[in-house]
Design a protein around this ligand. Structure first.
Ligand code: FAD
Length: 388
């Protein structure tokens, strides 16, 4: 099943349109709240504003279309993770606040599940938890340490032995791991699109194809008109540095993912992830994966780091190997790609991969046929200190 290569991401190739289909702003506008950016930040803000005060006049301005950014391109982990550990929050804000924050994150996973059920958003939400594997003695130490921290704060992370960890996700060299129930696998673009429709039903106007060229106090300038608002919400995440005066507000970082074709049952029997657990391991690099509702394997990694550290020439780096030989491989050449196949080496040219595998007698279940690359300009961000 070849996905639409012109789509900005694999996930977006599975939704109705990859172009703006809502009318842009046409002229000046006065509203109570103007939200710039129709990703999760903008859409959830609009959603809860609509619930809290239905009479509010809310307008969402989006340069491309709802879900165009990282929200339509991510790993699909609806998790309770924060980019700051509970002990770090404890040091800065105190134990009570840290634990409360963690609990709020945990309840958010269920809240997303509740809203998608209430609003009829078919985003393939499956709360199978996360298994994080320890695949070396050093990783095992990290796993145990994380469980010790969890026990200290009552966070509910369990240590799982090699048998239980492998039963959830059968990778090679599993020595143990951890498991938390607090994560759901989702199809992220479907969530963004479904949320956009839900906020429209609540009277929020979404203007796609409308780029904010400057954010001023209570004012958003766009080529189509000026929006005046009591409150302006900036929800532009990785794109924020493109706005005037905000070049140093955030450091955009990116991660790349790819997905396989749907894998046949016997491959999934070998790999596991029967409850659609999201998975990763305890290496220092971030890797993340999920089994999609369609039986595809979606996998992500921090690409630049891999390229710098491990990949040279035209070879491939096996990023993750399941028992039975199915391997996620990262190619070189500045662009990341993965293959899931059985005992097959990488072939740098995507269009040659299947042919290469066949002629090498590999038992190929699935090769990537689509450049399921997630945008280079979108992504998570880290505050750079330029702005609080
Ligand atoms: C590969 C990858 C994997 C990830 N995996 C996960 C994961 O598994 N779980 C998780 O929780 N997080 C994950 N993240 C992070 C997560 O996806 C983002 O933090 C989240 O989607 C950000 O949402 P947002 O609405 O703030 O930003 P975005 O989704 O980027 O939305 C911003 C929107 O603003 C619009 N915009 C930008 N500038 C303007 C402008 N000037 N005028 C009008 N509109 C504008 C953009 O077009 C875009 O639609 C991942 C990110 C990436 C890149």
């Amino acid at each position: 099943m070849a996905a639409d290569l012109s789509a900005p991401s694999f996930w977006l190739s599975q939704v109705d349109s990859q172009r703006p289909h809502r009318p842009p702003l046409d002229g000046d506008l006065d509203v109570d709240v103007a939200i710039v950016g129709a990703g999760y930040t903008g859409l959830w803000t609009a959603y809860y504003l609509g619930l809290a005060e239905p009479s509010l006049r809310v307008a969402l301005l989006e340069q491309r279309f709802a879900g165009y950014g990282a929200s339509g391109r991510n790993g699909g982990w609806c998790s309770a993770l924060l980019p700051m550990s509970v002990p770090a929050m404890d040091r800065r804000y105190g134990r009570e606040a840290a634990v409360a924050m963690h609990r709020a994150m945990v309840s958010t996973v269920d809240e997303v599940g509740r809203v998608v059920a209430t609003e009829g958003i078919d985003c393939h939400y499956a709360k199978g938890g996360t298994v994080t594997l320890a695949r070396s003695p050093a990783q095992l130490i990290r796993a145990r340490e994380e469980v010790a921290v969890s026990d200290r704060y009552g966070l509910g992370l369990s240590f799982v032995d090699a048998t239980e960890a492998s039963a959830r996700c059968a990778a090679t060299g599993v020595l143990g791991g951890t498991y938390t129930p607090d994560c759901a696998a989702i199809q992220p673009a479907r969530l963004a699109r479904g949320l956009a429709a839900a906020v429209e039903r609540r009277g929020v106007r979404i203007h796609e194809g409308t780029r904010a060229v400057a954010l001023l106090p209570r004012t958003v300038l766009t080529p189509q008109g000026t929006v005046r608002a009591g409150v302006v919400v900036r929800a532009t995440e990785g794109y924020t540095p493109e706005l005037p005066g905000l070049r140093r507000a955030l450091i955009p970082v990116y991660s790349l993912m790819i997905a396989t074709e749907p894998l046949p049952g016997p491959v999934w029997d070998a790999i596991g992830l029967a409850d659609r657990e999201t998975f990763g391991d305890y290496r220092h690099l971030i890797i993340y994966g999920q089994r999609t509702a369609d039986g595809q394997l979606a996998f992500g990694i921090v690409a630049e780091v891999i390229q710098r550290r491990y990949v040279s020439g035209g070879g491939g780096y096996p990023a993750f190997t399941f028992r039975g030989g199915s391997t996620v491989i990262i190619g070189a050449e500045g662009e990341v790609r993965y293959i899931v196949a059985k005992s097959v080496k990488s072939e740098p040219r995507l269009d040659k991969q299947r042919e290469y595998a066949a002629t090498n007698g590999a038992d190929v279940y699935a090769l990537d046929t689509c450049r399921h690359e997630l945008g280079r300009r979108s992504g998570t961000h880290v505050p750079s200190g330029g702005e609080q």
